[in-house]
Write a protein that binds this ligand. Structure first.
Ligand code: HSE
Length: 345
C-alpha cells in the first residue's frame, strides 16, 4: 500500500472538514486507489502537532476541547516544523489575506523549497503571487494544486486540465462566491436584509473570516485571478481586477430587477485579452446564471471549438471544499504512484 503523508496547516472550517472527510473515507481511498492518506502533522495559529499517523478524529477532538493542537503538540510554527516532519504534501488551509498572501505564501514557498508538493484552498498566495509560486514549483519539480480555491466543490481546474485538453478556453464568467449568492438569494426570495443574510452565511461557515471580502467582491476577484492565470494564461494579480461588490444592493433594486425579468448576481469575468472584472449584474431570467441559488456556484467557460461549457457545484462549505482538497491530494498520489480507480471500491 502506497502512503501519502500530509502536513495540514490551518484547522478552521476547511481544515476541520478535511479531518472529518479523512475520518470517514480514508478506508474508501485505500480500497479504491490502494493509497493510504496519512496525517503526519497538523498546525493551527498556536502550534503544531506531529506524529507518525495522527487520527483525524482525535485531531478534531483536541481542537474542539482544547482550542489548539499546541495543547498536545508544541508551540511552534509550521515553517520550522516543516523542516523536521517527514511528509509528502503540504495542505495549506490558513485564512486568505489578499494583500500579502501571508501566512500561506511563506508556507507554500517553504514547502516548495523543501521539495514537497502543495495542495491549497487558500486563495491569498495565488492571488498575489501565482507566477512566482508556479515558477518555483517547476524549478523544484513539485506539484502545486488548488482545485478548492475557486468554486469549492465545483470542478474547474482539474476539469480543464484533464477533460478539456483539446480546446482553448477564451473567456470565463460565473458566480464564484457562495456567501454573496446566498445573501442575494435570501434577499430575493425571503426579503431578508443583507446584514441578516450575511449573519446566516457566517453561521454556516461559508463566509470568509472577514466577510467584507465576500460582500465587497474581493473573494470573487481572487478566484478570477487564479482562473485567469491557470486557465486563460493571463499573468495577473488581484491588483489587475476591476472590483465592485454588492454592498449597495438594496431590496428595492432586487425587486425592480425581478419585475423587469432580471435577477441580480455578482459576476466574475475574465478574457484571454486580460479584461478582469467583478461586478453585480442584471442577469436575464432565461440565463442559467440567474437560476443559481444559495451557496451554489456556476462557471461558464467560452471555448474556441466546443462552444460554452457550464459547470456548477457548491462553492463553499467545509466538507464540500475539503472534497476538492482531497481530490488534489489523490491526484498528486496518482502522479507519484499511477493510481487507478478500482471497482467496486
Ligand atoms: N467565502 C467563500 C464563498 C468561501 O463564500 O464562496 C469559498 O471560497
Amino acid at each position: 500500500m502506497r502512503e501519502v503523508k500530509l502536513f495540514v496547516v490551518g484547522l478552521g472550517a476547511v481544515g476541520g472538514g478535511l479531518m472529518r472527510l479523512l475520518a470517514d473515507k480514508r478506508d474508501v481511498y485505500k480500497r479504491r486507489f490502494g493509497v493510504d492518506v496519512k496525517v503526519s502533522a497538523v498546525a493551527d495559529s498556536k502550534g503544531v502537532w506531529a506524529g507518525d499517523d495522527l487520527d483525524p478524529s482525535e485531531v478534531l477532538r483536541v481542537k474542539e476541547e482544547k482550542g489548539t493542537v499546541a495543547a498536545v503538540g508544541e508551540e511552534t510554527d509550521p515553517l520550522s516544523a516543516m523542516e523536521d516532519v517527514d511528509f509528502d504534501v503540504l495542505v495549506e488551509l490558513t485564512p486568505t489575506d489578499i494583500e500579502t498572501g501571508e501566512p500561506g505564501l511563506s508556507h507554500v514557498m517553504k514547502a516548495i523549497e523543501l521539495g514537497k508538493h502543495v495542495v491549497t484552498a487558500n486563495k491569498g498566495p495565488l492571488a498575489v503571487a501565482y507566477s512566482e509560486i508556479m515558477e518555483a514549483a517547476e524549478e523544484a519539480g513539485v506539484i502545486v494544486r488548488y482545485e478548492a480555491t475557486a468554486g469549492g466543490a465545483m470542478p474547474v481546474f482539474n476539469l480543464v486540465r484533464e477533460t478539456l485538453r483539446s480546446v482553448d478556453v477564451l473567456s470565463l464568467e460565473g458566480i464564484l462566491n457562495g456567501t454573496v449568492n446566498y445573501v442575494l438569494t435570501r434577499m430575493e426570495e425571503e426579503g431578508v436584509t443583507l446584514e441578516d443574510a450575511l449573519a446566516e452565511a457566517r453561521n454556516r461557515g461559508i463566509a470568509e473570516a472577514d466577510p467584507s471580502m465576500d460582500v465587497e467582491g474581493w473573494d470573487t476577484a481572487c478566484k478570477v485571478v487564479i482562473l485567469a492565470n491557470s486557465i486563460l494564461g493571463v499573468e495577473c494579480t488581484i491588483d489587475d481586477v476591476d472590483v465592485t461588490g454588492i454592498e449597495r444592493i438594496t431590496p428595492e433594486a432586487i425587486e425592480i430587477a425581478e419585475e423587469r425579468g432580471y435577477r441580480i448576481r455578482l459576476i466574475g469575468r475574465a478574457t484571454k485579452d486580460g479584461d478582469l472584472v467583478v461586478t453585480p449584474a442584471l442577469v436575464p431570467k432565461s440565463d442559467p446564471l440567474s437560476r443559481v441559488k444559495g451557496t451554489m456556484n456556476l462557471l461558464r467557460l467560452g471555448t474556441d471549438v466546443a462552444g460554452d461549457i457550464l459547470v456548477s457545484g457548491r462553492g463553499a462549505g467545509p466538507l464540500e471544499t475539503a472534497s476538492a482538497v482531497m481530490s488534489d491530494v489523490l491526484a498528486i498520489a496518482e502522479g507519484i504512484s499511477g493510481l487507478e480507480r478500482r471497482h467496486p471500491a
